[in-house]
Design a protein around this ligand. Structure first.
Ligand SMILES: NC(=O)c1ccc[n+]([C@@H]2O[C@H](COP(=O)([O-])OP(=O)(O)OC[C@H]3O[C@@H](n4cnc5c(N)ncnc54)[C@H](OP(=O)(O)O)[C@@H]3O)[C@@H](O)[C@H]2O)c1
Length: 346
């Protein structure tokens, strides 16, 4: 039996708490909040025996093996260090921490103490995303040339607009896009961005462009001010894969292979000599279909529950196998993503 503790009682703590409890041989035995009434409410909902109004008492509970950290971003570093100092394995919410130095330091401490740490980048473990990554590795769409991703949601939470807590649309939403792009293309050669600041002095609207030595380019848009399409599309030399909206919890992959466009200049017809506007429109439609959709298929890859349990299974699997990092979501990956985001913000 693995015993978990949770720091924080916000929205995502509930979602991940239910996911932890959905897996056999796991139980949450403690939760901490700044206020005992929040801890009590959380504990009543999830049937947790120990409630604390301070983080340290939870972390020092000797029966807890793994701690899930669900506090605002700026608190992650100190929370992780305290967990490590008390011999706990850690799953920490995204973004892991807010500086490369902090990330390297916790990686060092974890290694020294032989304790597991993973950023809770749960989307990486959703079956449709796993499938997309497999298809890309197997060359399904040829050489990757373009990625387009968007994540926009009109959020009003205080922590999102509080700079000292690590707020802003990029750390909050853009991080998913940068992380997924990094899982596919690795470290970019160049990072460009246009960032607009809004309420609380945090970034509320941003467009990030990552370019790669392979010639690939990723354009990633995130926003607190507009609900975006929230899709993730990868284009290659032979086709494209689109993760349906919302990409972070999708059960749909649309895969199209591009047939070669047969250029036959001698057979080209002057569209202005066609009989009328309808016929002209029809011919355009056929051409677009031929280029983009000749061989299109939709794959339905369902996920269960709220989707957060896939990352929990990864944590348990790694700990059972005495690994201190996940090979799918290693700390080096989280560090690269932090580095990219800091280049965007500076
Ligand atoms: N994986 C996901 O899908 C997902 C979704 C949303 C957010 N997140 C991440 O999860 C973390 C928490 O986000 P959330 O949306 O759950 O936030 P939230 O609803 O604002 O909750 C944050 C919790 O942190 C605790 N906390 C401790 N110190 C705090 C402080 N100084 N100010 C505010 N809260 C403090 C609070 O618990 P007490 O009041 O009980 O002390 C609060 O309930 C963030 O790192 C965020 O990036 C992940």
């Amino acid at each position: 039996m693995k015993n978990w503790g949770i720091i924080g009682t916000g929205a995502v703590a509930y979602d991940v708490g239910y996911a932890i409890q959905s897996i056999k041989e796991n139980q949450i035995i403690g939760v901490s909040s700044r206020k005992l009434e929040n801890a009590n409410l959380f504990a009543n909902n999830l049937n947790i025996p120990n409630k604390y109004n301070d983080t340290q008492s939870l972390i020092q509970n000797p029966d807890i093996h793994i701690i899930y950290i669900a506090t605002p971003n700026a608190l992650h570093y100190q929370n992780i260090v305290s967990c490590f100092q008390n011999g706990k394995h850690v799953l920490c919410e995204k973004p892991l921490v807010l500086s490369v130095d902090e990330a390297k330091e916790i990686a060092r401490i974890g290694k020294e103490k032989g304790l597991f740490l993973m950023e809770a980048m749960w989307t990486r473990f959703i079956p449709s995303i796993e499938k997309m990554i497999d298809l890309l590795k197997n060359g399904e769409i040829g050489e990757i040339k373009m990625i387009q991703g968007s994540f926009g949601a009109i959020l009003q939470k205080d922590r999102c607009f509080n700079k000292s807590l690590g707020g802003g649309a990029i750390w909050d939403l853009g991080v998913y896009l940068v992380s997924l792009t990094h899982a596919i293309l690795g470290d970019p050669k160049e990072v460009d961005a246009h960032v607009v600041n809004g309420n609380g002095g945090v970034d509320t609207n941003a467009s990030i462009v990552l370019s790669y030595s392979s010639g690939a380019i990723a354009t990633l848009n995130c926003s607190y001010e507009a609900q975006l399409e929230n899709t993730f599309v990868v284009y290659g030399t032979k086709g494209m894969i689109k993760v349906g909206s919302p990409f972070y919890r999708s059960s749909i992959l649309e895969i199209s292979s591009f047939g070669p466009i047969e250029e036959q200049p001698h057979q080209r017809r002057n569209p202005y000599q066609l009989l009328g506007p309808l016929k002209n429109a029809q011919s355009l439609k056929e051409r677009v279909f031929h280029t983009l959709g000749k061989n299109s298929k939709k794959m339905v890859i369902p996920f269960h529950g709220n989707g957060y349990h896939y990352q929990i299974k990864e944590v348990l699997n790694c700990i059972d196998n005495k690994k201190i990092e996940s090979s799918k979501m290693p700390l080096s990956h989280s560090i690269s993503v932090i580095d990219i985001i800091l280049q965007v913000l500076n």
